[in-house]
Design a protein around this ligand. Sequence first.
Ligand SMILES: Nc1ncnc2c1ncn2[C@@H]1O[C@H](COP(=O)(O)OP(=O)(O)O)[C@@H](O)[C@H]1O
Ligand SMILES: [Mg+2]
Length: 253
Amino acid sequence: MAEYAVQVQDVFKSYPTGFLGLKRKPVLNGVSLTVPRGTIYGILGPNGTGKTTLLSLIANLTYPDSGTIKIFGRDVRRNPEFVKRSINICSGNPNFLWSMSVAENLTYYAMLYGYLGREKRRRVERVIDLMELKAFRNTTFDSLSTGTKQRLALAKALLSDPALLFLDEPTIGLDPDMAIKMRRIIRQVHEEQGMTILLTSHYMKEVEETCARVAFLRGGALAAEGTPDELKEQVSFKVKDPTLEDVFLELIQ
Ligand SMILES: Nc1ncnc2c1ncn2[C@@H]1O[C@H](COP(=O)(O)OP(=O)(O)O)[C@@H](O)[C@H]1O
Ligand SMILES: [Mg+2]
């Protein structure tokens, strides 16, 4: 059994830009990181640093210019079916079929994942329970609050029991109390199911509260990596009782 859920090695990624897309805009410039199995791993960085791009590369939704990416020991480019079976993604800016209800949307995804009949209904009911969506079962997506939409997005991602779960800015745009609730749900799901979670955020406190390890992405490269305590230790000679925010401020100087 592979020790690491994710191994990213020397990954470069650029996007076409300019007139007819003839130029390339570099986004990731040689990123390497390893995510131990069963942890919640945070990727922290300001907007536009390439967090979502990194997740998309690991999910095999886009390809690197160079470098290799493995999940559970297998190269993602060579094992697309394995990747599809192993992962799911929850975005903090979720989009579902607007005129369909919570239950209908989840049933639709359960079908896409290949579940039928009783198994399909069992999975839909399980995630409705887990994400406390019972009261919204028949509410259409467009009438849900932002917080409920985000819970629906997580419910959808849990339908397939992914071994590797991507949470891309899971609390973006939420009121503080809803964000706290969402983080509690994330920790609870992780505790109960033990999957590996890769969480991106530009919100340091969130990462500090939920993640066992953190990678700071800056200027297309990793500026720092480690457990929150290890990272804070690095600035403790300067700042008394440092937070991750202090580490980050130190890094961007
Ligand atoms: N499909 C794309 N085509 C061209 N540029 C893109 C594309 N996706 C992202 N970018 C650019 O790459 C950079 C990193 O984006 P992204 O990975 O979304 O960052 P983050 O998630 O950290 O905010 C941004 O400058 C963004 O505009
Ligand atoms: Mg993003």
